[in-house]
Design a protein around this ligand. Structure first.
Ligand code: SAM
Length: 345
C-alpha cells in the first residue's frame, strides 16, 4: 500500500519466499493445531488492504505463523506491528522478518486468549469512545477453534471498553469458517441468523468483506474462509450488561426451529414459567409465535430491558439455570426409583 503525504514508504527487502521459509525451518502445519497457512501474498495483501488505512498504525496480529499476513502488514507502512504466536517453531522465521524491518516488528511468544494488549501500545493512541476509531488495528487468521471463542471474549471487551478497546473503538479484521462469517452478519429472517449474529451486531458494525476459497490455504481446510471486519458502535444497540444479553440470546436460540416463547421460557423456573414468559413477551411487545431467527435486534433490546427489570425485582432470577433444575429433578426421580426398587415395589 502506498504511503500518503510526506511519510516515507517502507518496503521489506527481498526475502526467502514463504515456501522456502517453511522448508528452511521445517514448519509443516500441525494438524492437531488446525494450522492452515496463506502463502499467496496477493491474498494476504488483500486482507490487509481491506482492514483499512494502516499508515502509521499500531497493529496487533494474532497467530502470524510463517508470516504471510505479517509481511503484508509491514509493507503497509505501519508504525509498529506486534505479533503473538503460540507455536515456538515460527519464532525464528518471524525473527528474520523483524531483522528485515528494524524497529517495526515486536514478537511475543504467547497465547492470544490471555495476552494483555491494553498495555502494549503507547498511551497517547487512546481515543474517546465517541471519537473516530484509534489508529490501532487487530488482524488475524487464527484456527477456527480459537477465532470463535476469541471473538466472544473480545465482544465482551467491546461492551466493557477494556482489553484492546481501552484504546477506543479498535477495528478488527479476522477470518472465520465461512459458515460462521455468514452467521456473524446474518440479518433478521435469514437461515443463518443465530446467537453470534445478535451478539456481534448489537455491539459492532460487522461486514463479511470477502471469502477466500479453501484451496488457497496450505494444507487445504474442508471449508472456505470468510474475512470479517468489526467496528465497535459508538452506541451499542442494547444497553445492558454483556452476560445478561448473552443469557437472553442463548435462551432465545435454545430451540431455534420452535416459537421464541419456548426458548425464552427457559429463563424462568418451571413453577413460574408460563406466567413470567407471558409477562416478558407482553412487556417487550413480541408475538410469542415468532421464531428466534425472526427477532430483530430491537426485539432483543426490549427483551433484555424487560428481563433486567424482572431480575431487579427478583434477585434470584439471574442465577437461575434450567439445566441445573432439570438435573436436580432427574436425580430426584432416580432416587425415587431406586428407593422403590429397594422396597421391592
Ligand atoms: N497467520 C498465518 C497464515 O495466515 O498463514 C497462520 C495461520 S494458522 C491458521 C493459525 C496460527 O495461529 C498458527 O500459526 C498457530 O500456531 C497460531 N495460534 C493458534 N492458536 C493460538 C493462540 N491461542 N495464540 C497465539 N497463536 C495461536
Amino acid at each position: 500500500m502506498a504511503a500518503s503525504g510526506k511519510l516515507p514508504t517502507f518496503r521489506l527487502p527481498p526475502l526467502p519466499t514463504l515456501r522456502e521459509l517453511i522448508k528452511l525451518f521445517r514448519l509443516q502445519a500441525a494438524k492437531q493445531l488446525s494450522q492452515n497457512f496463506l502463502l499467496d501474498l496477493r491474498l494476504t495483501d488483500k486482507i490487509v488492504r481491506k482492514a483499512g488505512n494502516l499508515t502509521n498504525a499500531y497493529v496487533y496480529e494474532v497467530g502470524p505463523g510463517p508470516g504471510g499476513i505479517t509481511r503484508s502488514i509491514l509493507n503497509a507502512n505501519v508504525a509498529e506491528l506486534l505479533v503473538v504466536e503460540k507455536d515456538t517453531r515460527f519464532i525464528p522465521g518471524l525473527q528474520m522478518l523483524s531483522d528485515a524491518a528494524p524497529g517495526k516488528l515486536r514478537i511475543v511468544h504467547g497465547d492470544v486468549l490471555t495476552f494483555k494488549i491494553e498495555k502494549a501500545f503507547p498511551e497517547n493512541l487512546k481515543r474517546r469512545w465517541e471519537d473516530d476509531p484509534p489508529n490501532v488495528h487487530i488482524i488475524g487468521n487464527l484456527p477456527f477453534n480459537v477465532s470463535t471463542p476469541l471473538i466472544i471474549k473480545w465482544l465482551e471487551s467491546v461492551s466493557c471498553r477494556d482489553g484492546p478497546f481501552t484504546y477506543g473503538r479498535t477495528q478488527m479484521t479476522l477470518t472465520f469458517q465461512k459458515e460462521v462469517a455468514e452467521r456473524l452478519v446474518a440479518t433478521k429472517g435469514s437461515k443463518q441468523r443465530s446467537r453470534l449474529s445478535i451478539m456481534a451486531q448489537y455491539l459492532c458494525s460487522v461486514e463479511h468483506i470477502f471469502t477466500i476459497p479453501g484451496q488457497a490455504f496450505v494444507p487445504k481446510p474442508e471449508v472456505d474462509v470468510g474475512v470479517v471486519r468489526f467496528t465497535p458502535l459508538v452506541h451499542p444497540k442494547i444497553e445492558q450488561p454483556f452476560k445478561l444479553v448473552e443469557k437472553v440470546v442463548q435462551n432465545a436460540f435454545q430451540f431455534r426451529r420452535k416459537y421464541c416463547h419456548r426458548g425464552l421460557g427457559m429463563l424462568f423456573p418451571t413453577a413460574q414459567r408460563l406466567e413470567s414468559t407471558g409477562r416478558l413477551l407482553r412487556s417487550a411487545d413480541i408475538d410469542p409465535t415468532l421464531r428466534p431467527t425472526q427477532l430483530s435486534i430491537l426485539h432483543f433490546k426490549n427483551l433484555c430491558d424487560v428481563y433486567r427489570k424482572m431480575c431487579d425485582e427478583d434477585p434470584q432470577l439471574f442465577a437461575y439455570n434450567f439445566r441445573e433444575e432439570l438435573g436436580k429433578s432427574r436425580s430426584k426421580n432416580q432416587n425415587k426409583d431406586s428407593d422403590r426398587e429397594h422396597c421391592g415395589l
